[in-house]
Ligand binder design. Structure first.
Ligand SMILES: Cc1cc2nc3c(=O)[nH]c(=O)nc-3n(C[C@H](O)[C@H](O)[C@H](O)COP(=O)(O)OP(=O)(O)OC[C@H]3O[C@@H](n4cnc5c(N)ncnc54)[C@H](O)[C@@H]3O)c2cc1C
Length: 428
């Protein structure tokens, strides 16, 4: 507890969390609900609006409901979406994942702006959580055995803050991960995403549509207040040095290549000024803990955004860590480290499964080579033919759990073998 003495001096917090993105805030929320004393440090004073982390899966909705965050999101007009649909460029259906089929309390997706999701998490932080913005964590404090015992802040606010445990929630390029001697080498995909936020109503309103086309994937879904998020896959150098004329030509070509975007053509051209170009990465850290420190969220893992799993996995990390730490005497270092190792044991397998599912989905939908395109579409339509596989894929995306596909499932997807159990739907 804050104010107590530890072996190395006064302890200012049970847990210091570095980074107030979705991972740090979710961890603060979950730990606060167990009455754990938390100090949350964030280097930014304010949040720039960025296109990231907007679609929440049913597994996260259940957790957010338990933390009291869901009502705030709904009160701020979050949009419910029933399905993820892979479509051809002309809009015809390749594969539908219908979340309504899932046996869970909230069988839908929810979309909202990343910043609003963060604000709703902030609104649910308990009385044992303190927040400080504009504080850069520069270094880790350690004892003579190398154990992490706190953090050192930098900039104009140089301080040493001792804590019983430190959580690195400082995102993809995590400084704390590196300082703690853990690795995760982010690998960039060969393409980027061009993001548009448009004012209007998408052609299909209750779904996340992913158009799988010869030029790569295009994703469209509604945001609150009649806004539309569009992500367009672009080659790394596709729009380098493009002027306004070239951008408009590019936009017209996009609509010609993906006729399903026809109803959005005018909005896309008008939205060129507010586009954002985003690199995309995949990675996972082979270890998540060291004595006194644990990784959560993108400090630990990253996947292609098209599977909408990054923020959801971060929320799962937070819940798992908090339930491991709940009831543990955090002053007992052996007990604390045992709880951190249990967290690692529980999450690492899940993180690897989510990584491999997301990477396979990304390859299926973003391949632009002839062979990759043919294979991707064959896998999608093979899955569509089997109700059992459709259900399994939907479940795996939902954040409720993972049932990895086996070799036979791959053969069914490829159409090499008929799926004789295609009508069966696995129990929850
Ligand atoms: C285009 C795009 C779309 C996406 N869509 C989805 C989606 O629909 N669904 C989904 O589940 N996921 C999605 N994701 C992934 C999701 O956005 C990320 O997984 C999630 O935001 C990671 O959260 P985080 O808190 O781990 O990291 P971040 O959001 O990066 O937060 C890290 C925080 O740490 C702070 N920080 C960093 N270093 C320090 C330091 N030294 N001291 C103090 N503070 C520090 C940063 O300022 C930042 O606020 C998407 C990602 C992208 C790029």
């Amino acid at each position: 507890m804050s104010g107590d003495r530890g072996p190395d001096g006064p302890v200012e917090a049970d847990v210091v969390i570095c980074g107030a993105g979705v991972a740090g805030l979710a961890a603060a929320c979950a730990l606060g609900r167990h009455g754990i004393d938390v100090l949350l440090l964030e280097k930014q004073r304010s949040r720039p609006p960025v296109a990231k982390g907007e679609v929440l899966q049913p597994g996260s909705l259940n957790l957010l409901h338990g933390w009291g965050v869901l009502p705030a999101l709904e009160a701020r007009r979050a949009v419910r979406l029933d399905r993820l649909v892979a479509r051809r460029a002309d809009g015809s259906e390749l594969l539908t994942m219908d979340f309504g089929q899932l046996d869970t309390d909230r069988p839908w997706l929810l979309s909202h702006d990343y910043v609003t999701i963060l604000e709703c998490l902030e609104g649910a932080l308990g009385g044992t959580v303190r927040r400080q913005h504009g504080v850069l964590v520069e270094d880790l404090l350690r004892d003579e055995h190398g154990r992490v015992t706190g953090v050192r802040t930098g900039g104009g606010d140089r301080r040493e803050i001792r804590a019983r445990a430190v959580l690195a929630a400082d995102g993809r390029s995590s400084r704390l991960r590196r300082l703690a001697g853990m690795t995760a080498d982010p690998v960039a995909y060969d393409h980027r995403l061009l993001s548009f936020e448009l004012a209007g109503t998408p052609p299909v309103t209750d779904e996340v549509s992913t158009y799988v086309t010869d030029r790569g994937m295009v994703m469209v879904y509604p945001l609150p207040d009649e806004r539309i998020r569009v992500y367009v896959q672009v080659a790394a150098d596709e729009l380098r040095k493009a002027d306004q004329v070239r951008l408009r030509q590019w936009c017209r070509q996009l609509v010609a290549d993906v006729p399903a975007l026809g109803p959005l053509a005018g909005l896309l051209e008008a939205g060129l000024g507010s586009r954002q170009l985003l690199p995309v990465f995949q990675y996972w850290a082979p270890s998540l803990v060291r004595p006194g420190i644990a990784l959560v969220g993108e400090a630990a893992h990253g996947v292609h955004p098209l599977s909408a799993q990054g923020m959801n996995t971060a929320i799962g990390d937070a819940a798992a860590l908090a339930s491991r730490l709940a009831g543990v005497d955090l002053g007992d270092r052996a007990a604390l480290d045992g709880a951190l190792r249990a967290y690692e044991g529980e999450r690492l397998e899940r993180i690897k499964d989510i990584h491999s599912m997301s990477h396979n989905a990304a390859r299926m939908m973003t391949s632009t080579s002839r062979g990759g395109r043919i294979l991707g579409r064959r896998l999608l339509s093979g899955s569509a033919r089997s109700g059992r596989l459709r259900h399994q894929l939907t479940y795996n995306m939902s954040g409720l759990g993972i049932r990895p596909l086996g070799t036979l499932d791959r053969l069914f997807q490829l159409g090499v073998l008929p799926d004789r159990r295609r009508a069966a739907v696995a129990a929850r």
